[in-house]
Design a protein around this ligand. Structure first.
Ligand code: B12
Ligand code: SF4
Length: 442
């Protein structure tokens, strides 16, 4: 049986490859390879190290995607920005498809709910190549918005949640028991990354024990589960033969740190690796030992999850970080040897009920700490309490169009902020970044 694992193009107003690797699809594809004798094929038009051959950007695995401006869907007409498809030029994608035999099963992932146009476009293109294939779609869209997934994407199966076992069941139903190996071979994620890609995505746990009102972690992974330290260290050692940059995709990397993160960090320090935590770290977990472990293991990108200093927003979530906790964490990190310009913190804005004055108050605090603020535009994530608030206030429909969960669309059209508010916050943030970088340039 021929199975194609497919990552869709992105469709959005902007997109940047901040170590965007389709880890969920890699895991599902690796499980199928390990357990069956199916022939596994892989196409990822977001892989800047394959296909287009143009990997502009830094040598840590981040950079700009190839961009093609396309027509805006109806609901985005009021947004005064170009809308684009991000990923390989189409001729590269088509010629890659032509090298493949006809498929029996096409398995596509989805990465953000609002990238639905990219998913529809990509699956239709592949369907033209293999019109008789069974099609399955999994990942964020069918998990968070099952009805919209069925409405928008023409696929035979819309798979909810963790995909490994569900897909193996589907393969058995289509192809029979004889496709399965008597003894599974080892799981290897490596082969789904281009050899030239310097970055390796790493997951040491799934889920998060907290319940912030804007986050879908619980819906995606109802239980918090952790991998054993020796398994994680072995994975890093194997991958480090080819790559130096390790990017943590965990929701809650530092929770239970003594059991997992700290021993892993100690085991890999001295290996000359570069670690990155683009998902914000829990500030409450950063004590002297964590800060030292992060520094000694070679952490290069360190993003903290402050989000906001507004206590009313923390109260409806889980109280991730108050200002004292944040100050203490920054002190520990500076003592461990990080420079202020290495330390970044997310400032979330656009939340339902969050005033622009409260965003400025958070920026005041970050400015005082003299670290780098990173604005995170709020995206309403279906199924979360904050998204329900937007729905009951009438600003988002009962069964919303997934496009309307787009973070820029929300910021410009439904957040309630004026254009001036938005410009002022963005300019202020740029100014703080400039000053932190120029006061402490290392
Ligand atoms: C790592 C991560 C990032 C990374 C990398 C992004 C990436 N690779 O997608 C970074 C830091 C860059 C990032 C950024 C953002 N992210 Co993010 N991110 C995540 C995170 C924590 C993990 C995703 C992941 O890879 N998980 C690991 C894999 C193993 O799990 P999985 O993908 O779910 O795969 C499993 C199943 O879904 C299924 N499956 C997956 N594909 C398929 C396919 C088939 C065929 C089958 C059968 C099954 C299947 O099986 C897999 C294995 O069990 C999720 C939260 C989460 N816990 O999922 C948020 C999440 C996806 N991000 C989210 C958001 C909001 C953002 C930002 C918009 C934040 C912001 N405001 O700036 C940005 C936008 C990024 C952009 N480029 O525009 C939201 C989604 C919002 C939405 N509306 O869709 C999430 C859900 C977090 C949240 N707040 O609730 N993110
Ligand atoms: S701490 Fe982070 S991952 Fe956990 S629920 Fe809150 S936002 Fe989500």
């Amino acid at each position: 049986m021929n199975i194609l694992f497919l990552t869709p193009y992105i469709t959005d107003f902007s997109a940047y490859d901040l170590w965007l690797r389709p880890l969920g699809l890699m895991q599902v594809a690796a499980a199928v390879k390990s357990r069956t004798n199916c022939r596994v094929f892989w196409i990822n038009p977001l892989d800047r190290y394959a296909g287009s051959g143009s990997h502009s950007g830094s040598d840590d695995g981040c950079g700009h995607f190839h961009r093609t401006v396309i027509a805006k869907p109806e609901c985005f007409k009021p947004v005064p920005r170009h809308y684009a498809r991000y990923g390989w030029p189409l001729d590269v994608f088509e010629s890659r498809l032509q090298t493949l035999p006809p498929m029996d099963l096409i398995c596509m992932t989805t990465l953000m709910t609002y990238w639905v146009d990219g998913a529809v476009f990509t699956l239709e293109a592949v369907r033209r190549h293999s019109p008789r294939a069974v099609t399955a779609v999994g990942g964020i869209l069918p998990t968070l918005m099952p009805a919209a997934s069925r409405r928008e994407i023409r696929a035979d199966h819309h798979i909810f949640g963790a995909g490994e076992n569900q897909l193996l069941d589907l393969i058995q139903r289509i192809g029979g028991r004889e496709l399965f190996k008597t003894r599974p071979s080892p799981i290897r994620l490596e082969e789904f990354l281009s050899p030239a890609d310097p970055a390796y995505p790493l997951l040491t746990s799934r889920g998060c024990p907290m319940r912030c009102s804007y986050c879908a972690s619980r819906l995606l992974n109802p239980e918090f589960s952790q991998r054993p330290v020796n398994e994680i260290v072995t994975e890093i050692c194997t991958a480090s033969r080819l790559r130096r940059h390790f990017v943590f995709f965990d929701d809650a990397l530092l929770i239970d740190k003594e059991k997992r993160f700290i021993p892993v960090a100690r085991a890999v320090s001295g290996m000359n690796l570069r670690l990155h935590t683009p998902n914000g770290l829990h500030v409450r977990e950063i004590n002297a030992a964590t800060a030292q472990a992060l520094h000694e293991a070679g952490t290069r990108t360190l993003r903290l999850s402050l989000e906001t200093t507004a206590s009313d927003i923390h109260d409806r979530g889980g109280g991730k970080a108050d200002t004292d906790t944040m100050r203490r964490a920054v002190d520990h990190l500076l003592e461990a040897g990080f420079y202020p310009a290495n330390l970044e913190t997310y400032v979330l804005w656009g939340l339902p009920g969050q005033s622009i004055a409260s965003v400025h108050a958070t920026l005041d605090f970050v400015e005082n700490l003299r670290i780098i603020p990173r604005l995170a535009d709020y995206s309403p994530v279906p199924g979360t309490p904050d998204c329900r608030r937007l729905q009951s206030s009438g600003r988002l429909g009962r069964s919303p169009d997934p496009r309307r969960t787009n973070k820029l669309y929300h910021l410009l059209q439904t957040s309630g902020y004026s254009d001036d508010d938005i410009k002022t916050v963005r300019a202020r943030c740029r100014d703080i970044v400039f000053r932190v970088r120029n006061c402490h340039s290392h």
